[in-house]
Design a protein around this ligand. Structure first.
Ligand code: ZN
Length: 200
């Protein structure tokens, strides 16, 4: 079989076009794996994906380190699609919003729509509704690319504005208390809640 004679750049483009990054849904792993795009076509939107499902034997265990993840600019350049694993509602997360530092938050239902996740036309996660901890709480629809599971107590961000120090401290105290409770219990601690249906 003749192989097309591609230069390095073109080769890289076709490599990225034919593959999709998927994220392992094991909370202890959350690593990204590059798999052939055709493999994703059979995925159900709500079906979780784990490293062990990878048909590439070199990357089919959670213990295998992740390949270098491309930069956002490369993703855009190559039109690469990324599928984020769906994090359960009530999860404790860190969120990066605008110029704010990474901030502790809870994935919670939007008080108006009662939804906590927005999906694109393929049914893949695009945004999460988050309730930021601190004093006061606030809420936002955050891009899935800027939401990460809360792992351990983060260090205070460098150059944190004096005006934010107090609320950041409160946020961390709340996050620490929420670390070892269930998602349901964490949702009870959220302040923005969908209105309950009123019965006549
Ligand atoms: Zn894994």
């Amino acid at each position: 079989m003749d192989l097309p004679n591609l230069n390095a750049a073109e080769d890289k483009v076709s490599y990225y076009l034919d593959n999709t990054w998927v994220q392992c849904e094991s909370a202890a792993c959350m690593k990204w794996r590059l798999i052939p795009r055709r493999e994703c076509e059979g995925f159900e939107p709500d079906q979780p994906w784990y490293c062990r499902m990878n048909q590439d034997p070199f990357f089919s265990q959670c213990s295998v380190p992740q390949d270098p993840f491309p930069k956002i600019s490369q993703l855009q350049e190559f039109g690469l699609k990324v599928i984020y694993s769906k994090i359960p509602v009530g999860s404790l997360v860190m969120v990066k919003a605008g110029k704010w530092p990474w901030w502790p938050a809870v994935l919670s239902p939007d008080p108006v729509s009662a939804e906590y996740v927005q999906e694109d036309s393929d049914g893949d996660v695009e945004k999460y509704h988050v309730e930021f901890l601190g004093s006061p709480h606030s809420r936002l629809w955050a891009s899935a690319s800027r939401v990460e599971l809360y792992q351990a107590t983060p260090a205070e961000p460098e150059n944190l504005k004096v005006s934010l120090k107090k609320t950041y401290k409160v946020a961390l105290e709340e996050a620490t208390k929420m670390e070892n409770v269930t998602c349901e219990e964490r949702l009870q601690l959220c302040l923005f809640k969908p209105q309950e249906c009123r019965t006549m």
